[in-house]
Design a protein around this ligand. Structure first.
Ligand code: NAD
Length: 475
């Protein structure tokens, strides 16, 4: 029997238990454990600990900070098999994807730790006798909120950035997939991270965010989740004059130009779309396919999607697991029903598989009209929407017509097309001829409703710092 860890809060360097809510395995709807809910007193203790932790950690040499952080990721790498099983149990993704996510989480934290040694300020040339020095300092206590779709790599983004910059953090991870964060924090505790630098809480999300964000000691808010919640938390942060990093939803366009092979592009697209059952903010969703190859692309996509092996992610042969919660099943059904009523053609999938476990097939919807709800609302699930376009201009216009602007993808062999897309598509991350939206060293984030700020890369680390200009009369 696979192992699922005890779920606890981590406050001031100690694990605490509390009553809470059940965690459900989406593959069979059984209960895996109970996620503890933090009380007001727990949150107050976490705030006090994080202030103490900040004082100590911000004054620790960057090289020493990196040493402790890298010891933690080494422990995570050694524990990857156990961590992957727990992640698949609570989130549903295939075990191979869980392993990859854990390694990717380590890569993110490791890159941040190493880059944390190079958070340079600068000297501004000035008149003789005056010295202007620009210091980049850690911003302070961070309140981080991570979602249920990436239980390890999303907390890794927030913890990695904060700790590498010299900040302390109170992480409120997802109550639906808490084990990833618990195991991440355990590794930092085992690595000797000083008490209070990293604190982990769970509870009712709105109650925790509304209590923590206004607290004077909290100096930065970072959230990954939906656009409506992101707008609410940004407003709350703004009301208290705090910067916010918001990684929100997306509705990624995929431009399929008529100079590529439709069958191999469709095969890659099925792999990209089925990743984490489409529950990814950068999931490829709106496929704009040029007329000349449209029919062959739809045919290949349909065949490959129908052949996907769907089931319990603990089975290594499985290619797509269940959806993570029951809400996603209802959301898929509503969007498919609406698209069909508006004249779209479902070429494969379209309804729940079985009645135990939240299984839903990769569903291909062709001839989808622009006014279908799925074309404007983020499906956040395994729906591939395929539209026929006359040319790239039409595709770009349609792609930019939604309020989202997170990731985009394009398949073309033409440098001219690639340049045009790079220039005109309104997204934070554009990937040409592949489906990887970001890596540890590249800045990741959105434009328009998809968010503000960046995670990853030099830009991501800078979000955890403030700038101070010190001018000194030297003569
Ligand atoms: P939701 O809008 O209720 O919640 C989204 C996330 O925000 C969850 O992790 C939730 O715990 C958290 N949350 C909700 N209210 C909060 C509050 N007041 N304070 C702090 N955190 C809060 O939706 P859901 O059903 O959980 O997820 C579905 C939608 O969320 C999708 O449509 C998708 O757009 C979005 N989502 C996006 C990402 C992402 O990676 N950007 C991840 C998960 C969910």
């Amino acid at each position: 029997m696979a192992q699922y860890p005890d779920l606890k809060l981590f406050i001031a360097g100690e694990w605490r238990t509390a009553g809470g809510a059940p965690v459900i395995n989406p593959a069979d709807e059984t209960t895996l454990g109970t996620v503890p809910h933090a009380s007001r007193a727990d949150l107050d203790d976490a705030l006090a600990a994080a202030q103490d932790g900040f004082r100590a950690w911000s004054r620790t040499a960057p090289a020493r900070r990196a040493e402790i952080i890298l010891r933690a990721t080494q422990l995570i790498r050694e524990r990857v098999e156990d961590l992957a099983v727990a992640m698949t149990l609570e989130q549903g993704k295939p075990i191979a994807q869980s392993r990859l996510e854990i390694i990717r989480g380590c890569e993110i934290i490791e890159w941040d730790a190493q880059e944390g040694r190079r958070v340079y300020g600068r000297i501004i040339p000035s008149e003789p006798g005056m010295r202007h020095s620009v210091l980049r300092q850690p911003i302070g206590v961070v309140a981080g909120f991570s979602p249920w779709n990436f239980p390890m790599s999303s907390p890794a983004r927030k913890v990695g950035g904060a700790l590498a910059a010299g900040c302390s953090i109170i992480l409120k991870a997802s109550e639906e997939t808490p084990a990833g964060a618990v195991q991440l924090v355990q590794a930092f505790a085992d690595a000797g991270l000083p008490r209070g630098v990293l604190n982990l809480v769970f509870g009712v999300p709105s109650e925790i965010s509304e209590y923590l964000i206004p607290q004077p000691s909290v100096r930065l808010v970072t959230f990954t989740g939906s656009v409506p919640v992101g707008k609410h938390l940004s407003a709350l942060a703004g009301a208290h004059m705090k910067p916010a990093i918001m990684e929100l939803g997306g509705h990624s366009p995929v431009f399929v130009c008529d100079d590529v092979d439709p069958a191999s592009t469709a095969a890659k697209s099925v792999v990209g779309k089925s990743r984490n059952a489409g529950q990814v903010c950068v999931s490829p969703t709106r496929f704009f396919v040029e007329d000349a190859i449209h029919d062959r692309f739809v045919e290949s996509f349909t065949q490959k999607a129908a052949a996907l092996k769907i089931g319990n992610g603990l089975d290594p042969a499985i290619e797509m697991g269940p959806l993570a919660n029951e809400r996603r099943l209802a959301a898929m059904d509503a969007l498919v029903t609406d698209a069909k009523a508006k004249g779209a053609r479902v070429t494969t999938g379209g309804s729940r598989i079985g009645n135990r476990g939240y299984y839903y097939p990769l569903t291909v919807i062709a001839d989808i009209p622009d006014n279908a709800r799925a074309m404007r609302e983020e499906p956040f699930g395994p729906l591939a929407l395929i539209s026929r376009v006359r040319n790239l201009d039409e595709a770009i216009e349609k792609a930019n017509a939604v309020p989202y602007g997170l990731a985009g993808y394009a398949f073309t062999n033409s440098a001219r097309n690639a340049d045009l897309l790079a220039e005109r598509v309104e997204v934070g991350n554009l990937s040409i001829n592949h489906f990887t939206a970001s890596t540890a060293e590249t800045p990741f984030g959105g434009v328009k409703d998809s968010g503000i700020g960046r995670e990853g890369g030099v830009e991501g680390l800078q979000c955890y710092t403030v700038v101070k200009n010190v001018s000194r009369l030297t003569a």
